[in-house]
Design a protein around this ligand. Structure first.
Ligand code: GDP
Length: 243
């Protein structure tokens, strides 16, 4: 049970440029998916909070990378959705550079949660994400979302087929069914995220601000009051998403 990890989630900042990214330290798990795949709903469901990721299909706002803090040096990262039918070419090119570079080069990025509609997973752009990130050999966990739209049997078949197709090309990918509407797969998804953040060990003592050995050990005092994260000092605030 990793609920504590997600209930402490706090919105941190949004960036639209690689140069605005917070320092590449700590551990983060990113969420990616086609627009409308259900990514915002999935993040909200994981965190047990409506509106922590803004459920929206407004293209302008979703061009930003949104950071949420879930513990000391632990972050969830909401990547811009992709696959807008009428996005201008310049915007797509910008997306490629921003997301491609982030996925390939970000050291703090421990794993990727790829949200795909269970009814039509593995679109060409989903595969592009996998090509970028799986090359780092870090884990990818796919949520086949809106599983409530499929019968139990059809869902299971889709999961098996996706897992099979993916494991040939990307050995680090695991797949599960997920629904924000019915909470199918919610705990499994939470565990996948917690594992990536290395907070899946020792279930009971899973305090969100416990710092595992060897990770950013001198960034924040282990005892004493929770203060503003020192690494944020002096960072230019990113763009806040408009509501
Ligand atoms: P995003 O663009 O990937 O962030 O997708 P959203 O989370 O905004 O969801 C897109 C649409 O799918 C919205 O109308 C949601 O209500 C709907 N949706 C999201 N998750 C589910 C789900 O688990 N089941 C069903 N039936 N609809 C969902």
């Amino acid at each position: 049970m990793h609920h504590a990890l997600f209930t402490r989630v706090q919105y941190l900042l949004s960036v639209g440029e690689l140069s605005q990214l917070p320092p590449d330290r700590g551990a983060e798990v990113a969420f990616a998916g086609r627009s409308n795949a259900g990514k915002s709903s999935a993040i909200n469901a994981l965190c047990g909070r409506r509106g922590i990721a803004f459920v929206s299909r407004t293209p302008g706002r979703t061009q930003l990378i949104n950071f949420f803090q879930v513990g000391a040096g632990r972050y969830l990262v909401d990547l811009p959705g992709y696959g807008y039918a009428n996005a201008p070419a310049a915007q797509r090119a910008r997306w490629e550079v921003l997301i491609g570079t982030y996925l390939r080069q970000r050291q703090a990025l421990r794993g990727l949660i790829l949200v795909m509609d269970a009814r039509h997973p593995l679109t060409p752009l989903d595969r592009r994400m996998l090509d970028w990130f799986a090359a780092t050999r870090r884990p990818v966990h796919a949520l086949l979302s809106k599983a409530d739209k499929l019968s139990r049997q059809a869902g299971q078949r889709q999961r098996m087929e996706s897992q099979e197709a993916l494991s040939r090309l990307y050995p680090t990918v695991s797949v599960q069914l997920f629904s924000s509407s019915t909470s199918v797969g919610l705990e499994e998804a939470r565990e996948a995220v917690a594992r990536m953040l290395e907070m899946g060990k020792g279930a009971e003592g899973d305090a969100p601000d416990a710092t595992p050995e060897g990770v950013e050990s001198n960034r924040e005092p282990r005892s004493g009051p929770r203060k503003r994260n020192p690494r944020l000092k002096g960072i230019k605030p990113g763009v806040k998403p408009q509501l």
